[in-house]
Ligand binder design. Structure first.
Ligand SMILES: [Zn+2]
Length: 249
């Protein structure tokens, strides 16, 4: 018999006796109902704070998420969040797909076209991300690494379908190029102005940046792979799964 079990057995009788001895005020049926309703309201507001996206005021564009590979089949996908090969070590997406709001997707296709003339294709790690996944990332990330994840209380630009994580692949070999650091690496090597690495790695990182900026994307400086489309503020935070896109938006 374990100690815990023994304590529980003995304690049960004592606790009952104690309750009998104590003069607990009895609540009327009406008061009990009020207490129950108050507890329920408190519980639901806590649940909302934890499980639902922030509510934003104002006017937004109607979301129109489109699948990148349908617009440009030369865009390669390496959706790490649909595999265990990501910083969480487990898949958080049911499907390896990537979407952006239509104007951002079209701008990305223009980037892809220009880079192909220079011998490179785009490889996309992530686009639209449901808000619930941003929440999972935030909760799983230690305090000193929070610069690498978005606060779910504000939502991520990925949640608006206006951010893309990407790199380049070599058109001749079909292989992803080497940048100054790996995707989702939470170190200084990820910074867009990191001076280390090889000349070749920095050249490719800067080539991607110039091509993206020319089409209205802005890099998130701590992450060489993350770009926000200029109109991100005009789109609402979304929390629909990939298979709901086109049906629920
Ligand atoms: Zn990102």
């Amino acid at each position: 018999m374990t100690g815990t079990h023994a304590r529980r057995q003995g304690g049960g009788t004592n606790a009952t006796d104690e309750r009998r001895r104590m003069s607990v005020p009895r609540l009327s049926r009406g008061s009990r109902l009020v207490v129950a309703v108050a507890a329920l309201l408190l519980f639901s507001s806590v649940a909302r704070a934890q499980g639902e996206p922030p509510r934003e005021e104002g006017k937004f564009h109607k979301p129109e998420l489109v699948e990148l590979v349908k617009l440009d089949p030369t865009i390669k996908l390496d959706i790490r969040y649909a595999t265990p090969n990501n910083f969480l070590g487990r898949p958080v997406y049911a499907e390896a797909r990537a979407f952006l709001q239509k104007p951002a997707a079209k701008a990305l296709v223009r980037v892809s076209r220009k880079l192909r003339e220079q011998g490179y294709g785009l490889v996309v790690f992530d686009g639209y991300r449901p808000w619930s996944v941003t929440k999972v990332f935030w909760d799983a990330t230690p305090e000193d690494k929070k610069v690498f994840v978005a606060d779910p209380a504000k939502g991520s630009r990925h949640n608006r379908g206006c951010a893309v994580d990407l790199s380049l692949y070599d058109l001749k070999t079909g292989k992803e190029v080497e940048m100054t650091g790996g995707y989702d690496e939470m170190t200084e090597r990820s910074h867009i102005n990191y001076k280390g690495g090889t000349d070749g790695q920095r050249r490719l990182r800067d080539l991607l940046r110039a091509a993206m900026e020319a089409e209205g994307f802005q890099v998130y400086e701590p992450e060489w792979w993350h770009y926000d489309y200029k109109d991100w503020k005009r789109y609402p935070i979304l929390n629909i799964s990939f298979d709901e896109i086109g049906r629920k938006q």
